[in-house]
Structures are given as C-alpha cells and as structure tokens.
Design a protein around this ligand. Structure first.
Ligand code: BEZ
Length: 341
C-alpha cells in the first residue's frame, strides 16, 4: 500500500469516528438508573416492590410516577416493577445498593431485621387510625429512624402506609390471646412482630407471602398476621374462616434509595421526587382509610366471619413489648413514650 493510500485510509477512519461521536452527542440523553443525572436531563427511574398491582402500595407507586411526570413537565418518569418481579426484598435492597434500581418500597418489617430502630413502628396498638400513623411519620423521631439507614449507604426517603395488621384464623375463632396458645401463625420474619406473637403463646412461622395460601390451605399453619388488603388480593377468605380485625400494628413500607446516588441528584430533581412522594403517600392514606368498611364487607360477603377483639385483651403483651423494646434503644423508647396513649 502506498504512503498516500495509507494516509487517505487513516483520514477516512478518523472522519468516521468523529462523525459517530457527534451523532451520539446530538441525541437527547435519557439517563438510565446506573448513572446519576445532570440538571435538566431526562431520566427514567426504576422502582420495585413486592405487592400485586391491586395493592395500595402499587397504586401509590403509580401516583408517584404521575406526579413525577407532571411536576417535571415530562422530564422525569418512573418504571414500576411490582409483585417481586425483581426478587425478594433482600434482592431489591441489594439492587438499590448497586445502583441498578433507583427506589424500593421495602417493608419496615423487613428493615427491622437489619436496622433495629424500625422496630418502633411495631409497638402493638400504638395508633388507632392510619391518619394518626401518617401524622407520626412526619415527626423528628420518625425521621431519625429513617436516618438510621444511612450507615448502610441507604437513604430512607419516607414511609408509605397500607391497612393495619389483622389476624386471620383457619378454623378457630380466637377471642383472647389465651386462645392463641400453641397456634402456628404465619408472621413476617420481623423480630418485634414475632416477639409480640410469641408473648401470646403462639408459634410464629416466618413464611414468605407467596407460600402463605398453600400453607393455610393444607393446615401447615393455623392462621396468619396480615392486612385486609392482602387478605382480599390473595383470596385468603377461600381457605380461612375467621378474620379478627384487630388493627394491632401499622404496616409501613419505607421508600428507599441509594444515598450517594440520591444526594448526587440535582437539587431541583430531589425536590420533585420528595414532593411527588408526599402527594402519593397522602393519596394512599386517604384512599385506604375510606376503604376499611368496604374491605370488611367484601370479606364477609366471601364467607369470612369478621369480628373485633378489644385491645384491652392484649394489655399484658403490650406492657411486655413496651418494656423490652424501650430497653433496646433510646429512639424506640422515645417513640413509644410519644405515641403510647
Ligand atoms: C406480608 O408479608 O404480610 C405483606 C407484605 C406486603 C404487603 C402486605 C402484606
């Protein structure tokens, strides 16, 4: 090859490289979830959670997406991965840590096993209504609990509530804690929740949600701790006769993000995210509160016997919880002192 042919070929290659780079830059950038966004850039965030699409947490996630879009004039969007599509809660937290997803709705129950201050939310009979719990979420103590995630590189942005916890029994109408003695009950593997059930004499089994239907159907468990929402969406009324609407514990999920990634976002975008979340959380509490009677009726219509147990029956268990958990941390003690009526 002559010298001139080599020079012309080299120039042609360089021109091609420069042209390709120019094309790349001229495209409007949409950052994926693995890169931090710059001011004014388009971004599609990814959010994952464990509940089916008819659960309030999913509806709140959709509302969050709508708010993000409208408050950013279409610049910020949200892709939602519901129903454990991206794995268990442990998997989702790991994906947030690695930056492959941006947000997770992670149960405070799961977090209470890796950040013990979250146990405060499981003080039995701490809140009578969802609105009360929603007010408590705005307090400094609740924010300090969120901050306890920072030592793990996670940013706890806020709490999102669904209905409170109730007790479902396969074929025994439990009216007092004494009736729970020896019953095998599915209780999510959260230390404070399991401790509460153990103090009644029940034997808690930490089954994951997808295994609960078959377990109660086949008699592997005698009942479960659940919320009314999931009792309906998972059709537990087909396999359990009694629903005690105790509302004995609130059930927050925590909206978490990767701390350094979130804090590296432009201030304008962080504000849009937190304001959009606030709107979604208020929407969820208002909507869910209005559904309480409708959900109880739906379960009755499907053959479940729905009844209440007075909180007074659980006085011994409440006192025991308050004493043991107040000794575990000053923050939990302060939370119990503030909200115990
Ligand atoms: C549960 O594991 O009991 C549960 C998780 C998410 C939503 C509702 C219930």
């Amino acid at each position: 090859m002559s010298k001139w042919v080599r020079i012309i070929s080299l120039c042609a290659i360089l021109t091609l490289i420069l042209f390709a780079a120019g094309c790349g830059n001229s495209k409007e950038k949409t950052t994926g979830s693995s890169s931090g966004n710059k001011s004014g850039e388009k971004q599609t965030f990814k959010l994952a959670h464990i509940t089916p699409t008819d659960h309030m947490w999913h509806k709140a996630a959709e509302k969050f997406g709508e708010e993000l879009k409208s408050r950013s004039d279409g610049r910020l969007e949200l892709e939602i991965y519901p129903a454990s599509q991206l794995g268990t809660e442990a998997d989702m937290v790991q994906q947030i840590e690695s930056g492959s997803i941006d947000f997770g709705l992670i149960t405070a129950a799961y977090l209470s096993a890796r950040a013990p201050e979250f146990a405060a939310w499981f003080m039995p009979y701490g809140f009578t209504t969802l609105e009360e719990a929603n007010e408590a979420r705005k307090s400094n103590i609740s924010k300090k609990i969120l901050s306890s995630l920072e030592e793990q590189g996670l940013k706890g942005l806020d709490y999102l509530f669904a209905g409170q916890r109730v007790m479902i029994f396969k074929d025994k109408q439990v009216k007092t804690p004494a009736d729970m003695n020896g019953l095998k009950l599915r209780v999510t593997p959260s230390p404070p929740m399991q401790d509460f059930y153990r103090s009644t004499g029940a034997a808690p089994e930490g089954l994951p949600l997808p295994e609960v239907y078959a377990a109660i159907q086949t008699g592997v468990i005698d009942g479960m701790d659940m919320d009314l929402d999931a009792t309906i969406t998972n059709k537990y009324y087909e396999v359990a006769k009694y629903g005690a609407v105790t509302n004995h514990m609130v059930w927050p999920s925590v909206v978490i993000a990767n701390q350094s990634k979130f804090e590296g976002m432009p201030e304008e975008d962080r504000k849009i995210v937190t304001d959009s979340l606030e709107a979604a959380i208020e929407f969820a509490v208002t909507t869910r509160s209005a559904q309480e009677e409708e959900f109880k009726n739906e379960l009755s219509e499907n053959g479940m016997e729905i009844y209440e147990i007075s909180p007074k029956e659980f006085k011994k268990q409440i006192d025991e919880f308050d004493q043991i958990y107040s000794e575990k941390s000053p923050l939990i003690k302060e939370f119990i002192k503030t909200y115990r009526k």
